[in-house]
Design a protein around this ligand. Structure first.
Ligand SMILES: NC(=O)C1=CN([C@@H]2O[C@H](COP(=O)(O)OP(=O)(O)OC[C@H]3O[C@@H](n4cnc5c(N)ncnc54)[C@H](OP(=O)(O)O)[C@@H]3O)[C@@H](O)[C@H]2O)[C@@H](O)CC1
Ligand SMILES: Nc1ncnc2c1ncn2[C@@H]1O[C@H](COP(=O)(O)OP(=O)(O)O)[C@@H](O)[C@H]1O
Ligand SMILES: [K+]
Length: 517
């Protein structure tokens, strides 16, 4: 599903109107009806059926006014409160306001701070507040009277439904323009906006429901706006059903180079996730002295001990053996728990030069690349990098705060510059491809902020790549499944007690949930 910013949404609205001749009032009518439908669902669970709709003077307010008409028609007590100068109301919203007046719906304007206490009282007394103050047209910090009204909405305990996006959240990036409505539910019109899914804005949305308002789907499909939301349908289409007449050779050989003294656990988690993702065969390169530990724990994997020179870490002396196994494999992953050694860069350089298979780089492999990203240019095959924000900061020399303000753009620029698939991990993981596309993941939860959960993701990407899934698709499916597995684990155990191994254990069920088998 496409994700847009305010400008792209406006373009699509205009296209619907100008190229397809769908008048704005019709789109507004659909929006208002979609909102009504959701309000009716919410009202079904509560005694207090009174609704107060707080509107701005733009088209978002117009959607609220249409909803007021439908609710009035169905016999619900509705109040409409319009903030600001009603003379400035948008054309389509005015048409609908005029109808409301003729229907004698209770409609008033809030033009002064002294109107706020009365409004606060109405907001506290009603059963549902509809927030139709600003949508995609928010273009500056929220101040003055509107700020007071939003504060009043947030002070109540009343259920709040926002139209399109909680007022105060900037559609283009999720920035909070000083203050924003804290919604219980957001009825997103036609397409999710970046501000609906990127933090901090995403935190204000509550439950999100996306509703079609009649913008032609072919117009949306033709849009070349690069951002997409990863959905279950998308992942289902990526994961093939297994054919009956197959054997382990059909599901690929994965090769993991991971682990060092003190960090065999990272290698273990990655390996388990590779196997649980359905790869046919797994080999793991491990410093000789750690081999026994791995053999005991990893029943199903083949270990390939490396004759380490420096005890407990992989070094350049191991490279011949690494390259040989790599040449017999379908994917290689390097980095989880590898340790920070100077030699790792040299190891990577050799792998990059020799590899004809997809390469997954995580953790210490990424640290080894910091300040030496240019060696990524040696890679002739596909590469998937999986940094968390801290690793991304080291890779790019951009401060963490700046990355967090601009995750999509920074991930995209890196992917294009270095011709890699970049998975920028965190709450709302971003997958960026070198051809300029971005996929945002919304599965997962803060319970996954625990040591080793990134190693699990590396294993899933690697396991899917082993099975011959196209690299960008493997990355998309991996982040989604990783999040679903994490959500399942959290549902069972809660977020506090969740550990990375639980994500691995839930992974088969997450896959089954999507694939059906
Ligand atoms: N045909 C369509 O386009 C359809 C659109 N639809 C709906 O419309 C929404 C977009 O509507 P929109 O473009 O009219 O903008 P909207 O969000 O209502 O606000 C703009 C107003 O707010 C004002 N303003 C902004 N920031 C402010 C601030 N900080 N503090 C104070 N004022 C501020 C701004 O003022 P100005 O910039 O003019 O000074 C302007 O007056 C969209 O989210 C969806 O819900 C659907 O009905 C389908 C058809
Ligand atoms: N709040 C959150 N919401 C969703 N996913 C999260 C959240 N916190 C962490 N995760 C996920 O958990 C994983 C953590 O990875 P990482 O930081 O590399 O852990 P480690 O290095 O310990 O393995 C990432 O895939 C990240 O997206
Ligand atoms: K709104």
């Amino acid at each position: 599903m496409k994700v847009v910013d305010g400008i792209e949404m406006k373009k699509l609205d205009r296209k619907a109107m100008e190229e397809y001749g769908i008048p704005g009032v019709i789109l507004m009518e659909h929006a208002g009806m979609a909102v009504t439908e959701e309000i009716l669902k919410d009202l079904a669970h509560q005694e207090n059926k009174e609704i107060v709709i707080v509107c701005g003077t733009g088209n978002n307010g117009g959607d609220g006014v249409v909803a007021a008409r439908h609710l009035h028609q169905k016999g619900f007590p509705v109040k409409v409160r319009i903030i600001g100068d009603i003379a400035r109301i948008s054309e389509d919203a005015k048409i609908n306001c005029d109808i409301l007046k003729k229907l004698r719906v209770d409609i008033k304007t809030i033009i002064d701070f002294k109107d706020v206490p009365k409004l606060s009282e109405e907001l506290s007394r009603c059963g549902v507040i509809v927030d139709a103050i600003f949508g995609t047209g928010l273009n500056k910090e929220v101040q003055g009277l509107t700020r007071e009204v939003i504060l009043a909405v947030n002070r109540t305990n009343t259920y709040v439904l926002s139209i399109d996006i909680p007022s105060g959240v900037r559609a283009s990036d999720g920035h909070i323009c000083g203050i924003a409505v804290k919604a219980d539910k957001t009825v997103v019109l036609q397409l999710p906006k970046i501000g609906n899914i990127q933090f901090p804005g995403a935190d204000y949305a509550g439950e999100m429901v996306v509703k079609d308002i009649g913008i032609p789907h072919e117009a949306i499909e033709k849009s070349n706006f690069p951002i997409n939301l990863i959905t279950a349908d998308m992942v289902q289409a990526i994961l093939p059903q297994r054919r009956k007449d197959t054997h382990k050779g059909n599901y690929g050989k994965a090769y993991i180079v991971a682990g060092s003294t003190g960090m065999t656990g990272a290698a273990m988690l990655t390996c388990e996730a590779v196997l649980r993702s359905g790869a046919g065969l797994l080999k793991v390169a491990i410093p000789q002295s750690l081999n026994n530990i791995m053999e005991v724990r990893l029943t199903e994997a083949i270990t390939v001990p490396l004759p380490e020179l420096k005890k407990g870490v992989v070094g350049i002396s191991d490279i011949e053996k690494i390259i040989k196994t790599m040449q017999e494999s379908d994917v290689i992953a390097v980095g989880p728990g590898s340790g920070q050694t100077r030699e790792l860069e040299e190891v990577l350089r050799n792998i990059f030069e020799a590899a004809t298979i997809p390469i997954v780089l995580d953790a210490d492999a990424l640290n080894a690349l910091a300040h030496r990203q240019e060696i990524l240019k040696l890679i002739k095959s596909a590469a998937v990098l999986t940094p968390h924000t801290g690793e991304m900061s080291r890779l790019t020399n951009i401060p963490v705060e700046e990355i967090n303000r601009n995750r999509i753009q920074i991930a995209l620029e890196f992917a294009k510059k270095w011709n890699v698939i970049l998975i920028l991990k965190g709450a709302r993981t971003i997958v960026a491809s070198p051809d300029g596309k971005v996929f945002v993941n919304t599965t997962g939860n803060p319970g996954m902020a625990t040591a080793g959960s990134g190693d699990v993701l590396t294993g899933i990407v690697t396991g899917l790549l082993a099975q011959g899934i196209q690299p960008i698709k493997a990355a998309i499916a991996a982040v989604y499944l990783h999040g679903v597995a994490g959500d399942r684990a959290a549902a069972r155990l809660g977020e506090y007690g969740l550990i990375a191994g639980d994500i691995v254990l839930e992974l088969p069920y997450a896959i089954k949930e999507i694939v059906g088998k």
